[in-house]
Design a protein. Sequence first.
Lengths: 105, 379
Amino acid sequence: MAKASAEAAAVVRVRIPSPLRSYTGGAEELLVATPVLAPEHPPSLLSVLAAVEARHHGLRFRIVDELGRLRPHIKVFVGNELAADLGVPVPTGSEVMIVAALSGG
Amino acid sequence: MATRTNTTDNAIRRVNLLVTTRKGMWALTSDVARRSWKLAGPHFLGHIVHHAVRDPRDGRTLLVAARTGHLGPTIFRSTNEGRSWQEAVRPPAFAPGSGRSVDHTFWLTPGHVSEPGVWYAGTSPQGLFRSADAGATWDGVAGFNAHPQRQAWCGGDQDGTPDGGKLHSVLVDPRDPLHLYIGLSSGGVFESIDGGADWRPLNRGIRADFLPDPDAEYGHDPHCVRLHPSVPDRLYQQNHCGIYRLDRPAERWVDIGVTMPKSVGAIGFPVVLHPQDPDILWVFPMDGTSAWPRVPPRGRPAVYRSVNGGRSWQRHATGLPVAQAWWTVKRQAMTVDAREPAGVYFGTTSGEVWGSRDEGRTWRCLARHLPHVYAVEAA
């Protein structure tokens, strides 16, 4: 299997909403490098969140449940597109925006 | 916050209440006479905090079950009176392949005194979890979560409470760490004698007006179940369909709600027990007529106390609003302290905390303007 190198990593910017910044030390944005094993197969959102989780343990479970589903009031955009699930590709240079929508009064 | 770690008599005699709400957690601490109360907080402002419990075994470990409107459920821990908090490394979550996910952790119970660091958690939907390291990591109790009858016991989404089915009232027999009871809303009361490896229903004698079979083995709706700490064969439950007492080894619950005034009824959420006398208990009746408004009957809140195991009841409302009070007291929002005479406390859905230092006879508002109160625990 190809070993990930600096050239074979997708670097994406992840924007963190305020309710999750207790996990990132207050950081509003993270630069996340995710291995790319083949150019035609960019990493998925799942891989990006795994990389975030590796650096900031506990964050992922607050937005993704144990079935691998985004929680009901969490939205994730890759660029300007709303991610339907965690399988969507995230090309290098993308911006991932996590949105925590408040529910109720 | 709590003062149990302080060795002075006065500090020990103060009462500390953990008040958890829809938007955070507060602490109410009394003076020695329980006349003056000081409110501190908030902790976790903006979090939905379903329960907070202090470990009576070490007097300092505090566990908090929290989530927010958008973020998933977790457990926070403190051992320094809430000055700092650590999040559970692995919060309660169902096993892969279960097809279920934890919406929120609803109930926390410290384990047996012989098992320091052991805690139990009940979740929505109904799941039972155990921690052996003071809440840092949690594992599902497979004997319940993967029990072949679990789906039948818990029912579907239509059988849950409005914000989801719940596993609550995790009770540990103080004589035997392997002897456990749980309450399912819905589902009923279940017992394990092997530490949770297997379970069986314990609902004989309980009405279930919403089931076609009046003698159903399970499917009931216990709102709150309590086991007396010094007479652990004595259990009480406030059910969706009345108030009941069970004296083990008997298997059939006795309906003690029939002695409540007909105009008040026997519907409510909490039941709390006197810390020493197993014949004394308190309930907070709610209007369970027609559309089930679940507010004090006729807008006149009152605590009902029995001193004879439910054979008769006394109404106590001195100090409470005399009319036009329409709040609800939820199942975890009523508690007692360990003082003599016992103090009784409850929190309301309109953000008030009320207290009595004479075993429920007279009442005083201790705090107001808080968010919707979910739980009050004396710690």
